[in-house]
Design a protein around this ligand. Structure first.
Ligand code: OOG
Ligand code: NI
Length: 448
């Protein structure tokens, strides 16, 4: 209900998002038609139905209190904080997590995720401005009273009835919608903006407007190519790994933020101005990588960026994509090698072929080799910090290059959140191990 309500709201507020959804649906249908084997595999894994429902969004919060309450709000819907992303390295004064469902059944029902960032005013130099921003943030209430009531109710009675859930979703939506009246005067907006666009985007508004919603495409290169025909101008470079036979992790591209009218007021004088914050994005997801695979990905990505860094104006986009593709030739591009080298996570299942006693003690790779088990890739459900920084940068404006020293503070983030985040790799490793245990017991039973 929440994911659909957010989608309807965003379609309403940002019409280009609706155009993008239609385009993605067309490309996905065509891709599945051209690759019947993929279609069958997705269907068998229960992933087919979720594709067209699939999206993620992003919000940016201002205070620890907001973050902690957001955690409770998402928990009602079975969405939990996974991963810690430090974006200070990339000149963006936030650190983040993603709220998402955890287990396979929940992910297949609806994998809606919200990338959630917390502003780090400690990274803003001007002490006066920092204090003013803190004051504005401390005074705002981004949740409706009705929403807070329903959160408490859900916590005390252990969930909501269908009727209560409907009210909860409607109330929660108020937090994510666009508020055209700023929370600050125009001069203060300008000073916040001068410190960092992102600071203005968080501090100057009444709530954390959802800043994009991202459908999942099965062919990001096709959508990127077709976007201009729909009068949507995508950013020059697709973030993440290059185009490959076997998609790994996550590839993303976005189109520029809209300029939206905003009224700024100091209580007596109102000034009509504008603000750019909201944009569109598409993503293509591939196999989740083990720490070993992730390390190889990180190494190849930084190797690429040492040779060529994508310029904000897109002038070296072709050179970047070419270099990326060349450097990534080192990353195996078939499932078999990815699996046998321990680079990716797989879901194992019994093929139905008869096994012997001796087989039951063999490692999974050997059982696959003997045709007793099959291995299907586990999809990456999370985000990539370098890509996220690229997405932030592209919609903050081309002039927004700021340098911060890498400054992760996970302890602080978790203290503010009021809970630890789930370890990024842990869920994939558990899903793989559980599938092996299940497959072994099926083999054992078939044999007995
Ligand atoms: C979030 C940017 C990160 C992604 O897909 O990597 C993100 C933001 O701009 O608030 O959504
Ligand atoms: Ni995104």
């Amino acid at each position: 209900m929440f994911s659909r309500a957010m989608s309807a709201l965003y379609r309403d507020e940002v019409p280009a998002y609706g155009t993008l959804l239609d385009l993605v649906r067309k490309v996905n249908d065509a891709t599945l038609q051209a690759n019947p084997a993929d279609r069958v595999r997705l269907e068998k894994l229960g992933e087919l139905d979720r594709i067209s429902e699939e999206r993620h969004g992003a919000i940016r919060l201002g205070t620890a209190q907001e973050l902690a309450t957001m955690r409770r709000l998402f928990a009602i819907m079975g969405m939990y904080p996974v991963g810690y992303y430090d974006l200070s390295v990339a000149g963006v004064p936030v650190h983040s997590t993603a709220f998402r469902p955890l287990d396979d059944a929940a992910l297949n029902a609806n994998p809606f995720r919200v990338f959630t960032s917390l502003l780090r005013l400690d990274l803003i130099e001007d002490a006066n401005l920092r204090e003013e921003a803190q004051e504005v943030l401390a005074a705002r209430q981004i949740f409706t009273l009705g929403c807070l009531e329903k959160i408490k109710l859900a916590e005390t009675q252990g969930g909501l009835t269908a009727e209560e859930a409907e009210v909860f979703v409607a109330e929660a939506l108020e937090t994510f919608r666009w508020h055209p009246e700023a929370n600050v005067s125009y001069p203060l907006y300008e000073r916040l903006h001068a410190a960092h666009r992102l600071v203005a985007d968080v501090v100057a508004f009444k709530g954390p407007h959802i800043n994009h919603l991202t459908p999942r495409t099965l062919d990001i290169d096709a959508v990127q190519r077709l976007m201009p025909e729909q009068s949507i101008a995508p950013k020059a470079v697709i973030e993440g790994p290059p185009s490959r036979a076997v998609p790994i992790l996550l590839r993303q591209t976005s189109f520029k933020a809209l300029e939206e009218p905003v009224s700024y007021s100091d209580g007596t004088i109102t000034i009509a101005g504008s603000h750019t914050a909201r944009f569109g994005e598409i993503e293509q997801r591939g196999i989740a990588l083990t720490p070993k695979g992730q390390a190889l990905y990180d190494k190849l990505l930084s190797q690429t960026r040492e040779i060529v860094r994508p310029a904000a104006d897109g002038s070296n986009a072709a050179e970047y994509m070419k270099t990326l593709a060349r450097i990534f030739e080192e990353f195996p591009d078939d499932f078999e090698t990815i699996r046998t080298q321990g680079l990716g996570y797989f879901r194992y299942s019994a093929t139905g072929k008869a096994s012997s006693d001796a087989d039951l003690t063999l490692p999974p790779s050997e059982l696959v080799a003997r045709g007793l088990l099959r291995a299907d890739p586990i999809i990456y459900e999370d985000f990539l910090p370098v890509s996220a920084a690229g997405i932030f940068q592209s919609n903050l404006g081309d002039d927004a290059a700021h340098a911060f020293v890498a400054n992760p503070n996970r302890d602080r983030f978790e203290a503010d959140l009021g809970a630890p985040v789930v370890e990024l790799h842990q869920r994939y490793a558990e899903a793989e191990a559980a599938s092996i245990a299940r497959a072994r017991s099926v083999l054992g039973r078939a044999h007995a």
